[in-house]
Design a protein around this ligand. Structure first.
Ligand SMILES: Cc1cc2nc3c(=O)[nH]c(=O)nc-3n(C[C@H](O)[C@H](O)[C@H](O)COP(=O)(O)O)c2cc1C
Length: 177
């Protein structure tokens, strides 16, 4: 390590001796988002850690090379555990980190016009998580993604875990930077 190299970069370099240090962070009320998080982790390989956001401190994200953050959409936003963790980070804490965001959400198509309009207006958790990740210096490696549940307690729509695994497989692509 050169004397000018920030300590966090040294940590990342050391991690590169083994697998890419990858962490999936999630919140989940009924387990659907957790199931997506675990499917993403499995697709990314056995070295991938999966942790609930509320169990983590800002320092746990130091040296992570690929960070995937997921939450249920509630009222158009992520759950507080995710928001709190991300806002607790220093402004450049994720400068050496590639990141991606996902949420779980209800399908828009089967709702009435007024509810569809409301859902479109308030938006979804994943774009907000992605924005918070970028605000801390992270480089997004994929657009924010949403996975569908059939009702507020689930279950996930058939095929969504497979879609999550396919989405995860795109996340290791180099970021244009
Ligand atoms: C209080 C509340 C608010 C919700 N708001 C939204 C919403 O704004 N948009 C949406 O698509 N789904 C909404 N949902 C449905 C959740 O996205 C769904 O419960 C979640 O995907 C289930 O994931 P989990 O099992 O990980 O908690 C809401 C659910 C609850 C309980």
């Amino acid at each position: 390590m050169s004397p000018n190299e920030p300590a966090s970069n040294a940590g990342i370099r050391n991690a590169r001796a083994g697998a890419m240090r990858t962490l999936i962070v999630y919140e989940s009320q009924w387990g659907n988002t957790e199931a997506v998080a675990r499917a993403v982790a499995e697709a990314l390989g056995p070295e991938t850690a999966v942790e609930r956001a509320s169990a983590l401190a800002a320092s746990d994200l130091a040296g992570v090379e690929l960070l995937v953050v997921g939450s249920p959409t509630q009222g158009g936003r992520p759950l507080a555990g995710v928001t709190k963790l991300l806002t607790s980070l220093e402004s450049n804490a994720l400068a050496s980190t590639r990141a991606a965001a996902f949420d779980t959400r209800l399908p828009m198509g089967e709702r009435g016009f007024a509810l569809r309009l409301l859902m479109r207006t308030i938006g979804y958790a994943a774009p907000k998580i992605a924005k918070a990740l970028e605000a801390k210096g992270a480089h997004l490696t994929a657009p924010p993604e949403g996975f569908l549940v059939e009702g507020k307690e689930g279950p996930l729509r058939p095929g969504e875990l497979e879609r999550a695994a396919a989405w995860a497989a795109t996340l290791r692509a180099p970021v244009g930077r």
